[in-house]
Design a protein around this ligand. Structure first.
Ligand code: TPP
Ligand code: SF4
Length: 320
């Protein structure tokens, strides 16, 4: 009666090389639309976790609200589907309280650059220890096509039927203008190998690693980056030893420029030209202290007995 269960259990236990399989990171069945770039990001993260044998219980995935923010349902780790725009304060709390866990923050462009903009700037300045991914489809998708800060001017949406009036926000320039920024990379959902390499680099960074992912939404912003199935957005691949590898296949998809990711001024210059999307590592400075380190170095850690003595001293003040 019990033999099947025992056999399965034994075969898993004996495979010492792979303790965790892809299915160990698979949560609910993803309900994103067919062709949605979010699927590519999810499978990239799951593959990285499998290849690196990440313990699912050591990761907390925190999101806001949006199509992108359904990520924690589909990734089988600890998860927190938060409030629109508030993924970063929640992530900050988790990261400070539980430095032993790795926090993966997921937001959409509306979530991060609009309602969450205040948190975005300050989380960067605090350099909280987080891996942050923004899925940027240049529209509010979950609420069915309102203009977001990164919607290009002239693009028709439900809130701007005659075309968006304003020039789009440049998130890369904004990020590189914030004090203490320590990691910025950009990649795209239609470049799976580059996406995977970028996320691995971001994962390894101690501090806030910010990855803007240009994300296909074939339903509400099909023309943002593509024309049918062809990539139409102009791309500039950033190449440098120790950066994100630019393969021969990528070299055929756009111009390649050498960019030293340690040079903040050079990164700002590249980020300033959004007519051509830079793809790669824009900036990396691992020397900037994280807020976690600063915070924990300032806190005096007292023993249980010392804390009890302090409490008794306070209470003694109210004795009559
Ligand atoms: C406080 C608050 N304001 C507005 C909404 C409605 N709302 C839900 S998702 C969303 C925008 C989602 O767009 P984005 O963040 O770009 O993510 P996407 O769906 O494109 O992944 C909005 C405005 C909300 N849920 N809560
Ligand atoms: S509406 Fe767009 S972003 Fe949302 S699941 Fe569908 S394709 Fe993805």
């Amino acid at each position: 009666m019990y033999s099947v269960e025992i056999d399965e259990y034994v075969s898993h236990e004996c495979d010492m090389e792979h303790k965790y399989y892809l299915e160990d990171y698979e949560g609910e069945m993803a309900r994103w639309c067919k062709g949605c770039g979010d699927h590519a990001i999810l499978s990239s993260v799951q593959k990285i976790f499998r290849d690196r044998q990440i313990n699912p219980e050591s990761v907390v995935c925190v999101s806001g609200i949006g199509c992108s923010s359904r990520f924690p349902y589909y990734l089988k780790t600890y998860g927190f589907h938060g409030i629109h725009g508030r993924a970063l304060p929640i992530s900050t709390g988790v990261s400070i309280a539980r430095p032993d866990l790795h926090v993966l923050t997921v937001m959409g462009d509306g979530d991060c650059f609009s309602i969450g903009a205040g948190h975005w700037i300050h989380a960067l300045r605090y350099n909280v220890n987080l891996t942050v991914m923004v899925f940027d489809n240049e529209v509010y998708a979950l609420t069915k096509k309102q203009a977001s800060p990164t919607t290009k001017s002239g693009v028709s949406t439900n809130t701007t039927p005659k075309g968006a009036y304003l020039e789009a926000l440049n998130p890369l320039s904004t990020i590189l203008g914030v004090t203490n920024v320590s990691f910025l990379a950009q990649t795209a959902t239609w470049l799976p190998a580059h996406l995977g390499e970028t996320l691995q680099k971001a994962w390894d960074h101690n501090g806030l690693s910010f990855v803007r992912i240009l994300q296909r939404c074939p339903i509400f912003s099909p023309n943002a980056f593509m024309e049918g199935n062809q990539v139409k957005v102009a791309m500039k691949f950033l190449d440098y030893p120790g950066g994100i590898p630019i393969t021969q296949a990528l070299k055929k998809m756009g111009e390649v420029v050498e960019h030293d990711f340690r040079d903040l001024d050079a990164a700002r210059k590249i980020a300033g030209n959004i007519a051509v999307e830079p793809i790669g590592l824009l900036y990396h400075n691992p020397a900037i202290p994280t807020y976690n380190e600063i915070r924990h170095s300032k806190v005096v850690h007292k023993s249980l007995q010392e804390r009890a003595a302090d409490l008794n001293k306070e209470l003694d003040k109210y004795l009559v």
